[in-house]
Ligand binder design. Structure first.
Ligand code: HEC
Length: 134
């Protein structure tokens, strides 16, 4: 009987541990397929003031802003889901990743941009999260 209770409590703990969505909508970690590393997403204020956010603004928003004349669509963190952002940075099949527009950035800088976009991707906004209420 006691063992059974332990197993049930243990499995519940396991479920919560492997499925962060059950606990919290905002991801705390990101598995980076390229480097095979688990990256901790412990930014202040959802990463709006993170290095990744600044790098995105400087190196990506330079083209991807409203009304640009470079043929680039407007992009912001919620343009894609966190998983889609991971795919974009891992597969690097988008036009600008191949025409040299990303070449000024090293791998770690790209990972930081990926971290920021992942953390704030489409569907991550949680109105019940203290970080999201201003
Ligand atoms: C020199 C201009 C330029 C820069 C800098 C640039 N891009 Fe692009 N990007 C483009 C163009 C042009 C396209 C193709 C048209 C489109 O889909 O917006 C594109 C396409 C994309 C797409 C595909 C969009 C879709 O809907 O299929 C993504 C995602 C993207 N860029 C992300 C980035 C990221 C992330 C950065 C910074 C690391 C970046 N871009 C930097 C010009 C740029």
């Amino acid at each position: 009987m006691r063992n059974r209770t332990k197993i049930i409590v243990g499995s519940l703990g396991f479920l919560l541990a492997v499925n962060p969505a059950l606990v919290h909508a905002v991801p705390k970690e990101r598995f980076d397929q390229g480097s095979q590393m688990c990256r901790k997403l412990t930014f202040f204020n959802s990463g709006w003031v993170s290095e990744g956010a600044a790098l995105f603004k400087k190196n990506c928003k330079s083209c991807h802003y409203h009304g640009n004349d470079k043929g680039a669509r407007f992009l912001y963190s919620e343009s894609f889901t966190p998983r889609a952002w991971n795919r974009i940075f891992y597969e690097k099949t988008v036009q600008c990743a191949n025409d040299g527009s990303w070449s000024g950035l090293d791998q770690e800088q790209l990972r930081k941009i990926n971290d920021y976009l992942y953390l704030n991707g489409f569907g991550t906004y949680d109105p019940n999260d203290a970080e999201s209420c201003g």
